[in-house]
Design a protein around this ligand. Structure first.
Ligand SMILES: [Zn+2]
Length: 422
């Protein structure tokens, strides 16, 4: 299939970005006056020597900062609204068209890779791979797996099936109970190509019937999910708000904790010791706590969100102190709120050093995706996912909030998504 992308060059052609200030995804020390050479879809060289190559295309960055394309480790493409009642009742084709628009928006904001935390599927992945839609690299979990009455069970309490079958599968999640059902659900998602598995181990804000402090899934169920994921050499990401839930994640083999809003100091130390990652999601917490009523969220959800944003900031500080590796995720829902994706940087900047926030969005998120060296870095051999900025993120992280103006160049795998520099 012919891609809709325009490429700078043919398969073996070379592009040279000159006069860049390079953040390589890891080092605080930036490389001034550098040239970055890209051949086909990979980065070939970063050098401060002058580059003279015949037939290469040269782009002058005029001292701007060049860095790896951003990675968002927690998105939901299949979420056109904050109401799962609404999303769950949309025809799949309508949901898919919304998802296409949402994914295109992410790429235009400089996110060249995203990890979908529930709802994203093979069809969206294939659509991006085939160039049917312009999207970021897409690591999907398939449907997130929840116990009955857990955070992924979006049925209101007054809904009951006359057949008493208890099944639910919605736009982002499905229900499975007991070791055997969980095992089968994980195997099914892996069969359908899931890159990682998502489960829920505590209550959440947007679900109608579970308190946020509720423990979800037993040790045996969590361990079954972890084992089955490991048979595909992948891992489990777990929705988790509570300290107790985070502890259970660490003990039972979960690799990444999503939200992590109430991690205490001693638990943070356990997470660091076990190498468990935490992906805080401040943007969505902020939207729900400030816009919840306007979004029409039920009063139960509005009650649940009270203080969660503030507690997340403390939790992040506890994790940083203990040396827990923090990813970066936005978790935004609703076509009107997805555009706030870049605000995650500013929110994190309230408690983290800019360099650490940038590492979270690049090299650490790449580690989470098990793609170190390939994604999230500017290094020889890495995929040519590159952005150029009109601002200095080490001084002000809020520049990411207006990508249209502040990110003049976006490259994904050597293909030009946007170039206002030329
Ligand atoms: Zn989520």
């Amino acid at each position: 299939m012919e891609s809709y992308f325009s490429s700078f060059s043919g398969a073996s052609m070379i592009t040279v970005f000159e006069n860049c200030r390079v953040f390589d995804g890891v080092n605080e020390q930036l490389i001034d006056g550098a040239s970055v050479v890209i051949k086909s879809d990979r980065i070939k060289e970063i050098t401060r020597e002058s580059v003279k190559l015949k037939d290469a295309k040269y782009i002058d960055c005029a001292g701007r900062l060049l860095m790896p394309g951003l990675i968002d480790a927690h998105v939901h493409a299949n979420t056109p609204t904050y109401s799962f009642y609404t999303n769950d009742r949309m025809p799949p084709s309508l949901l898919a068209n919304h998802a296409a628009g949402i994914l295109e928006g992410m790429l235009q904001r400089g996110f060249t890779t995203v990890r979908d935390a529930g709802g994203g599927d093979r069809g969206l992945w294939q659509s991006i791979e085939d160039g049917l839609i312009q999207g970021p690299r897409f690591f999907y979990a398939g449907k997130a797996i929840s116990q009955t009455g857990g955070h992924g069970d979006m049925r209101p309490g007054d809904v009951s099936e006359p057949c008493n079958c208890g099944h639910y599968a919605g736009s982002i999640s499905r229900v499975a109970d007991g070791v055997d059902e969980v095992r089968k659900a994980v195997r099914e998602e892996l069969r359908k190509g899931a890159h990682q598995i998502k489960i829920f181990v505590s209550g959440g804000v947007s679900s109608p019937t579970d308190p946020i402090w509720m423990p979800q899934y037993t040790e045996e169920e969590i361990r079954a999910a972890v084992y089955e994921a490991s048979t595909h050499r992948t891992y489990v990401m777990a929705h988790c708000h509570t300290d107790d839930g985070a502890r259970r994640c660490a003990e039972f083999g979960v690799r990444t904790i999503e939200h992590g809003t109430e991690i205490h100091r001693d638990t943070a130390e356990l997470l660091a010791e076990k190498g468990v990652y935490v992906v805080p999601t401040l943007s969505t917490m902020h939207v729900i706590s400030t816009q919840g009523e306007a979004l029409g969220l039920p009063s139960a959800s509005l009650d649940k969100i009270q203080g969660v944003y503030e507690r997340t900031l403390i939790s992040i500080e506890n994790c940083q102190r203990a040396g827990v590796k923090l990813g970066l995720g936005s978790d935004l829902l609703d076509v009107n709120y997805h555009p706030l994706q870049g605000s995650e940087f500013r929110h994190r900047g309230a408690v983290s050093k800019p360099i650490d926030v940038l590492r979270s969005a690049t090299s650490i998120n790449a580690e989470i995706l098990q793609r170190t060296g390939d994604l999230g870095c500017i290094a020889p051999g890495a995929l040519a996912d590159v952005i150029v900025l009109n601002f200095d993120p080490l001084k002000d992280l809020s520049g990411f909030e207006n990508a249209q103006q502040n990110i003049p160049l976006i490259l994904r795998g050597g293909q030009c998504i946007k170039n206002d520099l030329a």
